[in-house]
Ligand binder design. Structure first.
Ligand SMILES: Cc1cc2nc3c(=O)[nH]c(=O)nc-3n(C[C@H](O)[C@H](O)[C@H](O)COP(=O)(O)OP(=O)(O)OC[C@H]3O[C@@H](n4cnc5c(N)ncnc54)[C@H](O)[C@@H]3O)c2cc1C
Length: 384
């Protein structure tokens, strides 16, 4: 009997799981690996603000990466999951059976809390959406970026740099870079000022209108284009299928990254609610890739009768681009709190670009040397 492992989603986490599964089961005729993704391209999600600003990204093709690995590729939009029958349905009514499922479909912009956000705002949900925004910005007009978290900061800076003369306003509850140390935060806020980004903090967005953003207290901020960056949710698919999810729709996992309601489903990356000693992991590439590697190793260990190990992860940096010519890097403790060390300016730009460009060649290396994917900070006493 062949054990059928199906990975849903070829993002940072899903690809990490796929390459490790492929590399470590290459000589096993009793294991098959199938990767399902919307398209045949790897989307560098962490560069979507660059796409929105009109920049071109590298064309990274899954068949080229996975050639010779034995991974079966299926392209299509996953529309349904039946955990009892262990099947996945795609938008063209194809049905795929699995014995173990790796759910890595990422997250979607959380537009649920504010009326009008879904209808009137753009989001950086995927490459196509980012390209639509780039197209719209080509016609000019003022921009309001809703959400002063890291995605909002990167997007506001990039749009202001690539569209000089355009009014870009960043709106949010918290001051930009709130979680950084004082030096990095001060630098970041200075960079936004230099780029001409208007920053409004301490505001509560209550409605998105076709041509403005309404704030609590009655004020409206006029904007021809609204970009929504505040919050990420799991897609409804998992909850509809009956998997246990948290308030943000993410699949709740046990310490081995299995769904607590359906242990033959592993959940990784932004789609998963993963608890560590210091709290819930927030979606990021630095944690997403290790979740994929860990799930892959756990699945293969389970097939030999071993108990899968506990997933442990500690953060080590926060990297923020401020357009193409500037950046901030804050080194952190495993729980994400800032350490004293930070980089700014050109050194930070080089560091950020090295980190952003790393995943694709790393997958190639992990196919040849799967052990190298298992090196990440476990968090020491923070996760013990
Ligand atoms: C603008 C921006 C900047 C960011 N910057 C950083 C950063 O500097 N550092 C950092 O660590 N993180 C950053 N992030 C967050 C990071 O990109 C995510 O945490 C990461 O992409 C999560 O990886 P993932 O594999 O879980 O999901 P994703 O990378 O989103 O991959 C999900 C995959 O599933 C596919 N998919 C989704 N739904 C379906 C479906 N129904 N059917 C078929 N296929 C589907 C998608 O096409 C995609 O290929 C940033 C995010 C954004 C938007």
């Amino acid at each position: 009997m062949t054990h059928r492992i199906v990975v849903l989603g070829a993002g940072y986490a899903g690809l990490a799981a796929t390459v490790v599964l492929a590399a470590r089961s290459r000589r096993r005729a009793d294991v098959s690996v199938t990767l399902v993704n919307a398209t045949d391209r790897f989307t560098e999600r962490l560069r979507l603000h660059q796409v929105a600003a009109g920049e071109q990204l590298a064309d990274l093709r899954l068949p080229e990466l996975l050639a010779g690995t034995g991974v079966a590729l299926e392209y299509g939009w996953v529309t349904g999951l039946d955990p009892a029958a262990r099947t996945v349905r795609l938008d063209d009514e194809r049905e795929l059976g699995y014995d173990t499922l790796v759910y890595a479909l990422g997250g979607v912009a959380d537009t649920t809390g504010v009326p009008g956000a879904d209808e009137h705002a753009y989001a950086l949900g995927g490459r196509h959406e980012a390209e639509l925004l780039a197209h719209r910005l080509g016609h000019g007009g003022s921009v309001a970026v809703c959400g002063s978290g890291l995605t909002g900061i990167e997007a506001a800076a990039e749009l202001a740099e690539q569209h000089p003369g355009t009014t870009v306003t960043l709106l949010g509850r918290t001051e930009p870079g709130e979680a950084l140390g004082a030096r990095a935060r001060g630098y970041l806020q200075g960079a936004l000022r230099r780029l001409g980004v208007g920053v409004r903090t301490g505001v509560e967005i209550v409605k998105v209108l076709p041509d403005a953003v309404a704030l609590a207290g009655g004020e409206t901020v006029p904007a021809d284009v609204v970009l929504w960056t505040s919050g990420v949710r799991g897609a409804p698919l998992a909850a509809v299928a009956g998997l246990a999810v948290d308030a943000a729709g993410r699949i709740v996992t046990d310490t081995a990254l299995r769904s607590i309601s359906h242990p033959d489903v592993y959940a990784i990356g932004d789609a998963a609610a993963i608890e560590q000693g210091y709290g819930m992991l927030h979606g990021s590439c630095q944690s997403g890739m290790p979740t994929g590697v860990h799930a892959a190793r756990s699945i293969l260990a389970t097939l030999t009768g071993a108990t899968p190990p506990r997933f442990r992860f500690g953060y080590y940096h926060t990297t923020i681009s401020l357009g193409r010519g500037d950046a901030v890097v804050q080194f952190t403790r495993p729980d994400g709190a800032p350490r004293r060390l930070s980089l700014t300016g050109r050194a930070a730009v080089r560091y950020k670009e090295t980190v952003s460009a790393a995943p694709w060649p790393t997958y190639g290396r992990m196919i040849r040397l799967p052990g190298t994917g298992s090196i990440w900070p476990r968090g020491g006493r923070y996760t013990r």
